[in-house]
Design a protein around this ligand. Structure first.
Ligand code: TRP
Length: 366
């Protein structure tokens, strides 16, 4: 447990030694470093374009990205379009979802002047990194990845595609093409980040004789508690329990009105024993920037209906400026395309340079 006493590098020794608590300790150290010197970090984060972003994404990671950007950290935001194909045959409504993601990013405050928004299918040199990277990992390592195992269990395909099995190595290319050294993630992404570190280390050892062509990036875990859906289970669009950033105020109120609660009129914040009520309390607390226990105390014995009204108002008020901005931006599709084109261009310049270094290190420039 005494990871805090170790040097940062010691936390990176093997894929099994970096547990969640170590990642949390390291995240706290990194937070300190960010505040002192944001310029030493380059962040890469991303999303699969599978549908609208919701409040679970927002409080889990999006909010944090804007915070980091505004602290002066250089930011790359990836639209992981190839990764949509890991658990389905066809990426449906892809261009609509990609544009929707760009809209969501701009609406929450990602500034394309400071942050690079791009899609990885548009960056050939990034994708070429996958080949040498795959040579650095074993089939057994790919097969052990707990997140991939879980996704295979929930996949809608009858057989597991090669992409499902190998996408964590592709994710390493997403991160390493721009030599990002910090990746804000949820817990489920930690195995991918550990693989990224392994690939970086092995590449450096094998091909760049001790010099660090690639950094070994750190995970930055969100400090916010996990926000569940309105039924107390994982927030997900497909479960109908997610509040979309772009949903209307009426849709939001309706969803919250239909949320599950329990028979105890007295409202408390007790995520373990009362997950449904606590999810609602947490939603209001995050939007109001209050402590959830305080929010629960304020409602006291007024019951679930008052709780729901409080939540609806808090959420709709919080999202109102984001929604208004999104609506306004949506009127100019050419601007959205332009943001993406410019982001792709910037990412391509960096990816080409990195691939050149990789080819030189591997003696494959002819
Ligand atoms: N795997 C991530 C998800 O499912 C998306 C993603 C792709 C990503 N490449 C990435 C996240 C690189 C962080 C870094 O949400």
């Amino acid at each position: 447990m005494s990871v805090a006493g170790e040097s940062p590098a010691a936390g990176h020794t093997s894929s099994d030694s970096l547990g969640t608590s170590a990642a949390q300790t390291r995240s706290a150290e990194v937070e300190d470093l960010i505040h002192h010197d944001p310029g030493r970090f380059r962040v890469l984060t991303g999303d699969r374009p599978t549908g609208q972003l919701h409040l679970g994404h927002y409080f889990g990671t999006l909010h944090n990205r804007v915070r980091l950007q505004d602290l002066g950290v250089e930011m790359f935001v990836l639209i992981a379009d190839y990764q949509v194909l890991t658990d389905r045959d066809i990426a449906e409504h892809l261009s609509e979802h990609v544009e929707g993601l760009v809209l969501d990013y701009l609406a929450i405050g990602i500034d394309p002047g400071r942050s690079t928004v791009f899609a990885h299918s548009a960056i050939p040199a990034l994708n070429q990194l996958l080949l040498p990277f795959l040579s650095l990992v074993s089939v057994a390592e790919l097969g052990r990845n707990p997140t991939v195992k879980d996704e295979i269990a929930h996949s809608r395909q009858s057989s597991v595609s090669g992409l499902m099995f190998t996408y964590p190595a592709h994710q390493a290319a997403d991160i390493l093409f721009c030599k990002a050294n910090l990746v804000p993630v949820g817990q489920d992404q930690l195995p991918h980040l550990e693989l990224t570190r392994t690939i970086a280390r092995r590449f450096n050892d094998r091909y760049s004789a001790g010099t660090s062509l690639f950094p070994e990036p750190d995970a930055l875990l969100s400090a916010a508690p996990l926000l569940l859906g309105t039924d107390g289970t994982k927030m997900s669009k497909s479960r109908g329990n997610a509040i979309g950033l772009a949903a209307s105020a009426d849709e939001t109120a309706r969803l919250i009105r239909s949320a599950k609660t329990d028979t105890d009129r007295h409202i408390t914040y007790d995520p373990v024993n009362r997950p449904e009520v606590s999810t609602l309390v947490l939603l209001a607390a995050l939007c109001l920037d209050h402590d959830p226990h305080q929010v629960a105390d304020d409602i006291g014995s007024a019951g679930a209906a008052v709780l729901k009204n409080t939540v609806s108002e808090a959420v709709n008020e919080y999202l109102a400026p984001i929604r208004a901005r999104r609506k306004q931006l949506a009127q100019d599709r050419s601007h959205i395309r332009q943001v993406l084109r410019e982001g792709n261009e910037r990412a391509n310049t960096i990816a080409d340079a990195t691939l050149n270094e990789v080819r030189a290190a591997m003696s494959s420039i002819y």
